[in-house]
Design a protein around this ligand. Structure first.
Ligand SMILES: NC(=O)c1ccc[n+]([C@@H]2O[C@H](COP(=O)([O-])OP(=O)(O)OC[C@H]3O[C@@H](n4cnc5c(N)ncnc54)[C@H](OP(=O)(O)O)[C@@H]3O)[C@@H](O)[C@H]2O)c1
Length: 327
């Protein structure tokens, strides 16, 4: 079910939006956005590498899941033919290295170059591109640089009517931030944490979807890069401590000095699912917060996250964290 923003109403009338193709539509953001778009669009095509794994849209009659090699220009061009809008949500947090389709460069920059070329070849003008706050071709960390390169491929197109979205960490029932930290915190009473002082401004998935759908209805958003952050800034240590409380756990979170933090990142690269990496460590050297003057999205962590982490009565330290968030 879609995560509704408690602050905004949605347009329930069908088919105000035309045919939309979504890449990465099977993921955390894609599943939510596709459910929301399905209320308005006449047809949505979700392109995926493996259709068998995508089960979440079976009840939606106007959503078609199409198995496609999105990295192949000819195949992708064919798949998006007749679309009015293409939305690219493909992204990875762990790179297989090199230039493969599963490397940062392959999944972000390389794929975006192919998507832009396919849109131009298929005459699809409207393009929504999901990037990330802090994406910068010359930035810290391979993730951020590859996302920055992808942005530049989009900006270089003279044919596309694009809008770009640059969120900080996104939270919602199936997120991989709070849920993953909650899983890790359940393993031991002490959580040693790298880059504990790094600042973040988590944003609610319902708000992200509202902004993306709003952009489709607003021609003024064409050519805009929209930074997205929530109403509060926290350090990573505060977020992890809050996670423990919201999951009903008593845990001790200890910040590690950088040399130990980097060693931890290296060791965690060998753990299945790679919960943390040296590139994640490098990315955390830069605070992930909105630039001065950019309006924050409304939904707070405390309004949503306790409901899916298990401790819905959580309010013990809420006031203290709110005070810190306004620093
Ligand atoms: N979640 C966050 O906190 C956050 C924060 C900032 C920015 N973002 C950005 O938002 C977008 C969506 O994030 P998400 O959390 O929804 O990610 P997600 O749940 O991991 O989903 C990513 C999707 O990308 C597709 N994909 C992954 N690797 C691919 C590859 N090598 N080639 C082609 N397709 C591939 C997958 O589709 P199939 O497996 O179906 O092919 C998957 O559905 C990403 O661009 C991400 O960088 C997310």
């Amino acid at each position: 079910m879609p995560n509704r923003s408690p602050h905004r109403s949605s347009n329930n009338s069908k088919a105000h939006l035309p045919v939309i193709t979504v890449l990465g539509g099977s993921g955390f953001v894609g599943t939510e956005l596709t459910h929301r778009l399905a209320e308005e669009a006449s047809e949505i095509r979700v392109l995926t590498r493996r259709a068998q794994r995508v089960k979440s849209f079976r009840v939606l009659t106007n959503v078609k899941v199409v198995e496609t090699n999105v990295h192949d220009l000819a195949e992708l061009t064919e798949a998006i033919q007749g679309s009015d809008v293409v939305i690219n949500l493909v992204g990875i947090l762990n790179s297989s290295g090199g230039q493969s389709k599963n490397s940062f460069d392959g999944a972000h920059a390389g794929l975006t170059e192919t998507v832009v070329a396919a849109c131009e070849a298929a005459d699809v003008a409207r393009y929504l591109h999901m990037s990330a706050l802090g994406a910068d071709e010359n930035g810290t960390g391979a993730y951020s640089r590859s996302k920055g390169k992808a942005e530049n491929h989009v900006r270089a197109s003279s044919q596309l009517a694009w809008t770009m979205f640059r969120p900080s960490v996104i939270f919602g029932a199936n997120d991989s931030f709070f849920n993953r930290f909650a899983d890790l915190l359940r393993l031991a009473p002490i959580m040693p944490l790298a880059r504990a002082d790094a600042k973040m401004q988590p944003v609610y998935i319902g708000d992200v979807c509202d902004v993306m759908i709003g952009a489709l209805h607003n021609p003024d958003s064409i050519g805009q890069s929209i930074d997205l952050g929530g109403p509060e800034v926290f350090t990573l240590k505060e977020l992890v401590s809050m996670t423990a409380q919201m999951a009903g756990l008593k845990r001790w979170v200890i910040g590690l000095p950088d040399p130990l933090g980097r060693l931890q990142a290296f060791l965690l690269e060998f753990v299945p699912g790679k919960p943390f990496s040296r590139d994640n460590f490098d990315s955390l050297k830069t605070d992930n917060v909105l630039p001065e003057g950019v309006e924050a999205q409304p939904t707070s962590i405390s309004a949503v996250v306790p409901r899916y982490l298990g401790n819905s009565d959580w309010n013990g330290e809420l006031q203290g964290y709110r005070t810190m968030a306004r620093r």
